[in-house]
Design a binder for this molecule. Structure first.
Ligand SMILES: *Cc1c(COP(=O)(O)O)cnc(C)c1O
Length: 359
């Protein structure tokens, strides 16, 4: 069997949820499990949290239905609401909560004849300018929705941050102020915070927070913060060495001969590649761990293999374990070498890579 795998630590996941919940209390934390739980496997992740969380959040109804078909019983919030009116009946049937953030979504809900009323969140644009209604429409949305037989009780007023990961950026404070001004006079439950805001912007917490990335054990923040110390990376992405060879000075390794030995070198070939979710853009010098010791990627990342300079390591042999990221090597560090963020590396992990769950 090919040694490439992503070991998923469900105890670490539960720890991270508790960290988020404690940081946010008395607000309640909704576990965001969109995009296959950021690559960790949405069904197993949601099953592991089902008894602990008040609700889950996903990006679309297809993701929510998959969870419902697999014993996930808690309410599931659709973060972008319904894409089509026909989805609303399914929301009523399955206890999916919806966000309403534009006029077509509002009209579709008001014009439906649902078997049961839905829990509705109103998405307000507080400055990110991607989704959400404007300040001026808040009162009419609240009034129309709460008068509708398709809406259960009071709506939740929600927004989303553009730059909460940047601790020195005044944008988040401005968005909180804009949001407060938008909902002026309305005493409704509120929800603003993603992981970064759960960790670093307590003024944003409101009644519901929506942590995603932090649940998987990595910090979204642009620098160290007291709240990142308790997070435990959930994924340990590993494979093994399948070949080792000596490379003479002037010889190159891999596609396009992108790396050439400048000293007599020993290079190990590892069974992992971009077909497993390792970023093809990772340049020579990107860190990996060989038997827990740092070494450097050299040459081009192939679909199924990478090559690593192990010249300075002792007694490296075929079969030795190689860690691409995990508790001892942050996915954020690897991502920054590859010019992206840990979110992308995790969510792009393909199904080929087996997820192995431990508890
Ligand atoms: C994805 C998402 C979240 C979670 O964001 P993280 O940075 O992963 O915590 C929260 N709210 C909304 C609306 C989202 O789309």
């Amino acid at each position: 069997m090919r040694p490439a795998k992503a070991v998923i630590d469900l105890a670490a996941l539960r720890n991270n949820f508790n960290v988020a919940q404690q940081a946010a209390a008395p607000a309640k934390a909704i576990a965001v499990v969109k995009a296959n739980a950021y690559g960790h496997g949405a069904v197993r992740i949601a099953q592991a949290l089902n008894d602990t969380v008040p609700a889950f959040a996903v990006a679309c109804i297809e993701e929510a239905i998959e969870l419902r078909e697999n014993d996930v019983t808690k309410p599931i919030l659709l973060l972008e609401g319904a894409f089509e009116q026909t989805e609303l009946a399914l929301c009523a049937e399955h206890d999916f909560w919806i966000v309403v953030e534009n006029d077509p979504q509002l009209e579709a809900l008001l014009n439906s004849n649902l078997k049961a009323p839905l829990t509705v969140w109103v998405g307000i644009d507080s400055g990110m300018h991607r989704l959400g209604i404007n300040k001026d429409n808040v009162s009419s949305y609240i009034n129309k929705l709460e008068a509708s037989p398709n809406v259960k009780g009071e709506v939740v007023l929600a927004s989303h941050f553009a730059s909460a990961d940047e601790l020195d950026n005044p944008m988040t404070v401005n968005q909180i102020a804009h949001f407060k001004a938008s909902i002026d006079g309305y005493k409704r439950p509120t929800s603003l915070a993603n992981s970064a805001a759960v960790m670093a912007w307590p003024d944003s917490h409101g009644d519901w927070v929506r942590p995603g990335y932090m649940l998987y054990g990595n910090s979204p923040l642009d620098r160290d913060h007291q709240n990142d110390k308790q997070l435990l990376p959930v994924m340990n992405f590993t494979s093994a060495i399948i070949s080792i060879r000596d490379i003479a000075v002037g010889e190159s390794v891999g596609y396009a001969e992108s790396w050439t030995a400048t000293r007599p070198s020993q290079v190990a070939t590892v069974a992992i590649g971009y077909g497993d979710g390792y970023p093809r853009h990772a340049p020579s010098g990107t860190p990996v761990l060989v038997n827990g010791v740092r070494a450097k990627l050299v040459g081009r990342v192939s679909m199924d293999m990478i090559t690593v300079d192990v010249t300075d390591l002792q007694d490296t042999k075929i079969g030795d374990e190689v860690t691409l990221w995990g508790p001892e090597l942050s996915v954020n560090e690897v991502a920054s070498c590859a010019g992206t963020i840990g979110y992308e590396l995790l969510t792009r992990m393909p199904l080929r890579t087996p997820r192995v769950y431990v508890d």
